[in-house]
Design a protein around this ligand. Structure first.
Ligand code: URA
Ligand code: CA
Length: 431
């Protein structure tokens, strides 16, 4: 077999056989196929698409290109959750202890943030002392005892994807539904969960800018997951504005704490209950999502979800004094209010611009080597549809730098104020 023939076949719109995909995945993983041929292939896929059978084969081959995590040492149905990328997405911090408080094992392997979206690992590490470097033995033991633990990726999960994703990033081939689906699902399948709930985001801050494309991505991933023997559901969510109010690591830990104490932003809790209910149903602890939601709400109301959060933090070496005194985590030296220059209603809050502004403050990385400043970020005071008065604070910048005028300008440009009161729907569908 020759790679050039397979590039030509895909370029001309034909589907590749499993054997041909084996040749490509093996060859690219071990270095026999050079980047220039893989780039041409990625561009051919971008324009010609793939059939469901091709995507499923590609996904499984990519999953098997490295280590496959074995969670069989944990009792019960292991449910994982994944988001295709949001800004201020605090859901995992809340969902992990909340779902675990119902006796469902949550063996969470999370990633770090890059670019305008934050990573769950970074957010947990904003809790002083919290370690994500558990040995595999301690990880499994923790999940069996407490039903929850979070660690960084161990071993080499889907190395083919790592290499291909880096190549796609610099060849304008990221926004391809078959390749995104294979990329995400190969890692989820390799990570060992029995059931997977996907949060597929749509809009300004997301990979998929239209609901139609996001729906197709969600349907594709759900089909692949089920074909691979993992029960899979997807929730389509609107990412035209950030989730909740807080963007930034410590700020989001405090936001998660408020939610676990029974408060918190309405949109964030709506997403938590929607994703959580799908997880509970897939785990077999409820037969309907409305029953599952009621069970989750009870665990917030009776304090057991918060208790689970505390147990989880203590188990991983973190301090818990911030539970009673959240200000302990908010150590940014400068708090600058951003004032509205108009009367009206918030019509738009560009998630991507706000995510980049938080990153520039030091809450995220623009390159893998950047150090994160956990304390900094942005707290919004408004959501789309809210009324605003001239001179009123629309956001607070938490910073460790004297000079914040560029960030302030970005926030003002991202928050558009007009005359019309708009309603936004967060949950666009469940697949
Ligand atoms: N996230 C991934 O892991 N892979 C993609 O291709 C896109 C988003
Ligand atoms: Ca948030």
């Amino acid at each position: 077999m020759r790679m050039v023939d397979l590039i030509e076949k895909k370029r001309n719109g034909f589907a590749l056989t499993k054997e041909e995909l084996v040749f490509i995945v093996d060859g690219y993983t071990n270095g026999d196929i050079p980047d220039y041929q893989m780039s041409a292939f990625a561009m051919a896929v971008y324009f010609q698409d793939m059939t469901d059978e091709e995507i499923t084969n590609l996904t499984l081959l990519m999953a098997k290109s490295g280590d496959m995590v074995d969670l069989s040492g944990i009792d019960g149905v292991k449910v994982d959750k994944h988001s295709t990328g949001g800004v201020g997405d605090t859901t995992t911090l809340i969902l992990a202890p909340l779902v675990a408080s119902l006796g469902i094992p949550v063996a969470k392997m999370s990633g770090r943030g890059l670019g305008h979206t934050g990573g769950t690992l970074d957010k947990f590490e904003a809790i002083p002392g919290f370690s994500i470097d558990l040995t595999e033995e301690k990880f499994l033991e923790s999940v069996n005892r407490l039903n929850v633990a979070v660690i960084g990726q161990t071993g080499e999960l889907a190395p083919m994807d790592k290499k291909l994703y880096a190549l796609r990033d610099v060849t304008a081939t990221v926004e391809s539904i078959p390749m995104i689906a294979a990329s995400i699902m190969s890692k989820k399948i390799a990570a060992g969960a029995d059931a997977i709930v996907l949060d597929v985001t749509v809009g300004d801050g997301a990979f998929m800018k239209t609901p139609e494309k996001a729906r197709r991505l969600a349907e594709t991933m759900v089909r692949i997951g089920n074909l691979a023997g993992r029960k899979t559901k997807a929730v389509l969510t609107n990412m035209d504005e950030p989730l909740g109010f807080a963007i930034g690591n410590s700020l989001e830990v405090v936001e998660a704490l408020e939610c676990l104490k029974g408060g918190g932003p309405k949109d964030l809790m709506e997403l938590v209950y929607t994703l959580g209910a799908e997880m509970v149903v897939l785990a077999g602890k409820a037969s309907t999502t409305s029953d599952a939601k009621n069970q989750l709400k009870e665990k917030i109301q009776n304090g057991e979800a918060l208790q689970k959060f505390i147990e989880m933090i203590m188990n991983q070496g973190g301090t818990t004094d911030f539970i009673e005194e959240p200000e302990k985590l908010l150590t940014g030296k400068i708090k600058k209010e951003v004032l509205s220059d108009k009367d009206g209603f918030v019509e738009k809050m560009e998630a991507q611009t706000l995510g980049i502004a938080a990153m520039k403050l030091g809450a995220g990385r623009s390159t893998k080597e950047d150090e994160i400043d956990f304390a900094v970020g942005i707290v919004l005071h408004k959501k789309v549809g809210d009324p605003v008065k001239i001179g009123e604070s629309i956001a607070t910048i938490h910073s460790n730098r004297e000079e914040n005028s560029e960030i302030e300008k970005m926030i003002i440009s991202a928050i558009q104020i007009g005359e019309e009161k708009k309603d936004v729907e967060l949950i666009l569908g469940i697949i």
